[in-house]
Design a protein around this ligand. Structure first.
Ligand SMILES: NC(=O)c1ccc[n+]([C@@H]2O[C@H](COP(=O)([O-])OP(=O)(O)OC[C@H]3O[C@@H](n4cnc5c(N)ncnc54)[C@H](OP(=O)(O)O)[C@@H]3O)[C@@H](O)[C@H]2O)c1
Length: 264
């Protein structure tokens, strides 16, 4: 199926104010999709909306909100209904990681991370996916991470959260495929966005060597979604990393991940 499958339809991108989310929005607009952009920072969302509406002639709605606030997914669903927007493509991209020793991480931030990385994608997939299943058509991209493929010391909770997204997303792919809704999991490795600044990690030598560009990652993700793939890992180095747990003893994986991730 070509990416033009969603031409003229509406795509909602969470976390569109920077990084991967902004590039998903740019590429979906170039494909002719109308957009709904969601994140907390309103100025970058509005600047992107102006740029994309002007360049591609698509309708772009901006809904600034903290998706981690209590009841936010339901409030977003209600706001979409109020604006008469029916979502055909959902990109569950908003998220962040927290780097550091388990006990050093602020439990309140950890809870907020679990909310945005796990519970919000779950809620939005239920709230917006139900109508897609009823229509027999829709596309949902779940953004996980190669961290989801193995336990990752210093990103222990983040990598476990992304393992949840990977496992749940791949399972849901098979539940909803016969019902006309594609669910695809994209698991990027380190990508040049605001991710490291937010997580509090300095890029390691390994990360500097394998870092990918955000538009390349989002292009691979949307291509996989258009094809109806279950899951995709962008880039050769990331593919090899994700293969590790299938080729090496399980006990080696956290050790190896620790070598690649720690800041000396
Ligand atoms: N970059 C990488 O190396 C990498 C690797 C693997 C996976 N990922 C995943 O890719 C996704 C996108 O991250 P990125 O790399 O593009 O990082 P980023 O540049 O920091 O973007 C994160 C986006 O999430 C939004 N967000 C965070 N908390 C939010 C909240 N409470 N409510 C609404 N929006 C919220 C941010 O917007 P506001 O701050 O404006 O709210 C921002 O638009 C994340 O799920 C991340 O875990 C990234």
């Amino acid at each position: 199926m070509s990416q033009a499958a969603w031409k003229g339809r509406t795509a909602l991108v969470t976390g569109a104010s920077s990084g991967l989310g902004a590039d998903f929005a740019r590429q979906l607009a170039a494909d002719g999709a109308h957009l709904v952009l969601v994140a907390r920072r309103v100025e970058p969302l509005q600047a992107l909306a102006r740029e994309l509406a002007q360049r591609h002639g698509v309708t772009v709605d901006v809904i600034p909100m903290d998706l981690g606030a209590p009841g936010a997914p339901e409030a977003l669903r209600d706001e979409l209904a109020r604006r008469g927007r029916e979502v055909d493509v959902l990109v569950n991209n908003a998220g962040f990681g927290l780097f550091g020793d388990f006990l050093a991480i602020d439990p309140a931030r950890e809870r907020a991370m679990m909310e945005i990385d796990v519970l919000v994608p779950l809620a939005l997939t239920r709230l917006l996916g139900e109508a897609m299943v009823a229509r027999g058509r829709g596309w949902i991209l779940q953004v996980s991470s190669i961290g989801g493929y193995q336990p990752t010391p210093l990103y222990a909770v983040y990598s476990a959260a992304k393992a949840f997204v990977l496992s749940w997303g791949e399972a849901l792919h098979f539940e909803w495929r016969p019902r006309g809704v594609t669910v695809t999991v994209l698991s990027p490795g380190i990508t040049a966005t605001e991710f490291l600044a937010v997580s509090g990690q300095r890029a390691t030598l390994y990360q500097r060597l394998v870092m990918m560009r955000s538009p390349d990652v989002t292009r691979i993700g949307l291509r996989a979604l258009a094809r109806g793939s279950t899951s995709v890992v962008p880039g050769l180095a990331n593919k090899l990393t994700a293969l590790g747990p299938r080729l090496l003893p399980r006990a080696w994986m956290p050790w190896l991940a620790h070598q690649l991730m720690r800041n000396h």
